[in-house]
Design a protein around this ligand. Structure first.
Ligand SMILES: [Zn+2]
Length: 209
């Protein structure tokens, strides 16, 4: 096993600079249990820097990433264990009061799902991804047929966030926390090229600027 040079150099830079500047905060964080202010469920996409966007410090955000930031339905028993175990820990153990679903533009997972659903010829021989993106089938079925082609992927990305929030309500322990006002669920969509974030207000996405 060879450790890539970029990893060593970047680590050493961080250790000598950033860590050095914040070492008291890191030291303090190791002495107490974590108490994050929000859980963020977002996409594995390398362009989503959630801690940078929301000014995250040590211990602020409890992060879960998966392809296309999906919270699977309770009925998707083969798909939901990983994401739901992260949510269960966040809510039952850490008692985090805010749960953010952060979707984004140019999402490769959403685009792949879309392409495979419009034409089966686009289905690749993936051992796992095909099954995972099938979680988006319901959202795909909600795309209005008369929507301009250029807007369909954005619609699907945003509908996926709405569906994930609806799916959260299917889990009794989550639904109970929401109904008791102990959990605030927030839907966000991030546009990579402009940095714009839209938030879900009732059933529409509104600029957060
Ligand atoms: Zn994505």
């Amino acid at each position: 096993m060879e450790i890539p040079k970029f990893l060593i150099e970047r680590y050493q830079f961080w250790k000598k600079n950033t860590f050095e500047d914040y070492k008291n905060i890191y030291h303090q964080a190791s002495k107490t249990a974590q108490k994050p202010i929000a859980m963020i469920i977002t996409c594995c996409d390398s362009r989503i820097l959630e801690n940078t966007i929301f000014g995250g410090g040590v211990g602020d955000y409890f992060i879960h990433r998966n392809i296309a930031n999906i919270v699977p339905s309770k009925n998707d028993k083969e798909q939901n264990v990983q994401t739901l175990s992260a949510i269960e820990y966040a809510l039952k153990v850490l008692k985090i009061p805010n749960l953010i679903i952060l979707g984004h533009s140019n999402c490769g997972g959403v685009e792949y799902s879309y392409k495979t659903l419009i034409d089966k010829k686009n289905v690749n021989n993936f051992e796992y991804i095909n099954k995972w993106v099938s979680c988006l089938n319901n959202s795909y079925n909600k795309i209005p047929y008369n929507l301009p082609e250029s807007e369909k992927l954005t619609f699907l990305e945003q509908e996926n966030i709405k569906q994930s929030i609806r799916n959260l309500h299917e889990y009794e322990f989550i639904n109970k926390l929401i109904n008791e006002n102990k959990l605030n669920v927030i839907g966000l969509w991030y546009k990579i090229n402009s940095g714009l974030i839209k938030f879900l207000d009732n059933n529409s996405f509104i600029d957060l600027d």
